[in-house]
Write a protein that binds this ligand. Structure first.
Ligand SMILES: NC(=O)c1ccc[n+]([C@@H]2O[C@H](COP(=O)([O-])OP(=O)(O)OC[C@H]3O[C@@H](n4cnc5c(N)ncnc54)[C@H](O)[C@@H]3O)[C@@H](O)[C@H]2O)c1
Length: 379
């Protein structure tokens, strides 16, 4: 079988992780090339890495210039792992060369980039898939399964929170910021994709209205909201509440936790992480026993539960499933496991929410590039 030549751009901790992950699929892919403008990221030992990347992969080509990598490395696919606010230009440059893309999230940093990518889709043969790894987690797989079986009915209220313990002097925060300062600068609500992504898989409509408030900075050396809370609504009236954090002193369930609750006309489902445990619970009026039932809440996607490599691959198996699905899609000629449209539908609400927050919570109507009345500016 043909092996795909895969390159990674952006070798922060996430890009290095994805590069090693691609190499685990040695029957489907070759971790062929990598690129970062900070060359020490490939030839020096880095955080969470047993050895320098260039030493671990002597056959791989390393570049400082992205265009040069696209030109010379003969890639079938590129994985975009640059800072969270600079993905779009890297995606577009690969699309122009018809090189398939797996991009990390959020997909775009503003409405103009959304328009640019949406148009670029029409001029490329490349498959563009969005690396929304939380959409691969067990909770999300079961959520879709229960929804399709009618166990939840129509969702009318959903909520999510993604809280990441973060103090400026903690070792983890220092390491996470060592290559760039997007984590310090980006409004927390822009990083909404891990939370909205899974919920949107059972909403058959876009989020349309948003109102958002922030707490303001709660420390003298901070310049952004410590916590932000957005409320969204769809045209049919489903309300989605999302809480995100900037700086956070709570260490409740380890360094971070993702919680979700879904209220439907026929049932209820939640994933709650607390004190190191995670639980998925649900009940349905469609079952004989309507009491709440509990399922263990590990992240491992059920289809990979017995896979010998998936467990070692980070984020409880979600990353393994994401890369596996992407490689299979490229090898089989598509479709993208998570499409650009799905990626924009989970990214743009954060961009509008940030603007609503700046306007003191003003209720704003959101548009997407596939809407007839789309425009790349706010009203
Ligand atoms: N899905 C997840 O679970 C998850 C977890 C962490 C991070 N992320 C995402 O992964 C991405 C990377 O995160 P990170 O923590 O590794 O960030 P980072 O800032 O540490 O790394 C980004 C790297 O991109 C490089 N870069 C910037 N401009 C470049 C250019 N022009 N050419 C080549 N390289 C360039 C930087 O030098 C840096 O090394 C972000 O989008 C983030 O949102 C996802």
């Amino acid at each position: 079988m043909k092996k795909l030549r895969v390159g990674v751009v952006g070798l922060g901790h996430r890009g290095r992780h994805l590069f090693k992950l691609v190499a685990m699929f040695d029957d489907k892919a070759i971790a062929a090339a990598a690129c970062d403008i900070i060359p020490s990221n490939w030839y020096e030992k880095q955080w969470l890495s047993p050895a320098p990347l260039a030493e671990m992969f002597p056959e791989a080509e390393f570049y400082e210039d992205y265009d040069e990598m696209l030109e010379k490395a003969n890639l079938d696919a590129v994985i975009v792992e640059t800072g969270a606010d600079i993905h779009a230009e890297f995606i577009t440059r690969a699309m122009k060369k018809n090189i398939n893309v797996l991009t990390d999230i959020p997909v775009v940093a503003n409405l103009q980039e959304a328009e640019m990518l949406w148009k670029a889709q029409n001029e490329t043969t490349a498959l563009v898939s969005v690396g929304a790894n939380p959409n691969e987690q067990k909770f999300c797989v079961l959520l879709q399964e229960f929804y399709k079986k009618g166990l939840l009915g129509k969702p009318y209220m959903m909520e999510a929170e993604y809280i990441h313990w973060s103090l400026p002097k903690s070792a983890e925060t220092i390491h996470l910021n060592e290559n760039g300062d997007w984590r310090k600068l980006l409004s927390p609500i822009r990083y909404c994709t891990h939370s909205l992504g899974p919920l949107l898989t059972i909403l058959e409509e876009e989020l349309r209205l948003v109102s958002c408030f922030g707490t303001g900075p709660q420390a003298p050396d901070s310049n952004k909201d410590d916590m932000v809370c957005a409320q969204f609504q769809t045209d049919s009236g489903c309300v989605v509440r999302l809480m995100r954090n900037g700086r956070c002193r709570a260490y409740v369930s380890g360094p971070y936790w993702h919680n979700y609750r879904v209220f439907g006309t026929e049932g209820y489902m939640e994933k709650i992480e607390s004190m190191g445990d995670a639980h998925i619970r649900y009940n349905s009026m469609k079952e004989l026993d309507t009491k709440l039932k509990q399922i263990s809440g590990e992240k491992m996607p059920p289809a990979y539960a017995n896979h010998p490599k998936a467990k070692e691959a980070g984020h409880g198996g979600m990353d393994f499933a994401m890369v596996d699905h992407f490689l299979d899609a490229v090898l089989s000629g598509g479709p993208a496991p998570i499409s650009l449209r799905e990626g924009l539908a989970m990214t743009l609400p954060g961009i509008y929410a940030e603007e609503s927050c700046k306007r003191g919570g003003e209720v704003m109507r959101m548009r997407y590039p596939w809407d007839p009345d789309w425009k790349a500016t706010f009203d």
